[in-house]
Design a protein around this ligand. Structure first.
Ligand SMILES: NC(=O)c1ccc[n+]([C@@H]2O[C@H](COP(=O)([O-])OP(=O)(O)OC[C@H]3O[C@@H](n4cnc5c(N)ncnc54)[C@H](O)[C@@H]3O)[C@@H](O)[C@H]2O)c1
Length: 244
């Protein structure tokens, strides 16, 4: 018996580091999963919903499409994200729009569509992927931090507003995670990802940055019945390393 037997889940950013781990682990515990990302070819899942989250119609339609494909919708993981680097003086209009669009507007649209579907079937769980860098200011990522703060606030508010419908809405707030997002960031800045991650590992009290599974385990907990009394919470998953 799996923890998620009979449950149906939608996971955005399913092709990325954390998303792929969430999909694999949900399916291993019995869930049927609809995967959303720009390219979902080759991802093992029960339904494939490719598209661009910057397209409002795509984001608006994802929850309904997942419910249609899987027969119901119990879990949504709003995991897709992008990161703009630099202070505001070095952030373009395009980067601003992309970060707000993918990190805030798309989860808003997906939650707005998913909540009534879940409420109508008696409840469900939404887990948003925020960031430690949205709970306190991180250096040189102003717009990214702002979007993650917005997602954290949206989660807290929705968590209160929809608990009475049996829909639990929570977020995880990771610090650094060993994923393509982190590694390509180092590569773009001219650092060798392996060396940079080894240095980063030394800054974490637990001795290493997170692997995607460290975050996915907490996402699955929040999506599971074991978290039945948790609504509107932001769970920091940081190995003891807060943003200073
Ligand atoms: N890696 C970290 O250090 C870290 C830390 C804190 C929070 N996070 C958050 O975790 C989440 C997952 O990040 P990750 O590290 O696995 O990154 P990742 O880059 O590996 O995965 C992100 C996924 O989102 C998808 N995506 C981006 N824009 C999209 C769009 N317009 N339409 C459809 N899909 C789109 C990408 O294609 C990608 O597969 C993000 O929300 C990120 O902000 C990551």
């Amino acid at each position: 018996m799996g923890r998620f037997d009979g449950r149906a889940a939608l996971v955005t950013g399913a092709a990325g580091g954390i998303g792929a781990a969430v999909v694999r682990m949900l399916r291993a515990e019995g869930a049927k999963v609809a995967v959303a990302d720009r390219d979902v070819a080759g991802i093992a899942a029960e339904a494939h919903l490719p598209g661009d989250l910057m397209d409002p119609a795509h984001a608006d339609g994802l929850a309904g499409a997942a419910a249609k494909a899987l027969g119901r919708l119990d879990i949504v993981v709003n995991n897709a994200g992008v990161i703009a680097r630099g202070p505001v003086t070095e952030t373009s209009d395009a980067d601003f729009r992309l970060n707000v669009g993918v990190n805030v507007e798309a989860p808003f649209r997906i939650c707005r569509a998913a909540i009534p579907l879940m409420a109508a079937q008696g409840g469900g769980a939404i887990v948003n992927v925020a960031s430690c860098w949205g709970l306190r200011p991180g250096p040189n990522h102003a717009v990214y931090c702002m979007t993650k703060a917005a997602l954290a606030s949206l989660t807290q508010c929705m968590g209160m507003d929809h608990a009475h419908q049996g829909v639990r809405i929570n977020a995880v707030a990771p610090n650094e995670v060993n994923t393509p997002m982190l590694r390509t960031g180092f590569a773009k800045r001219g650092f060798d990802p392996e060396t940079a991650i080894a240095e980063l590992n030394r800054t974490v009290p637990l001795g290493r940055i997170a692997e995607p599974e460290d975050i996915a385990d907490v996402i699955l907990f929040l999506a599971s019945d074991a978290a039945r009394y948790i609504c509107g919470a932001i769970v920091e998953v940081n190995g003891g390393k807060p943003v200073k």
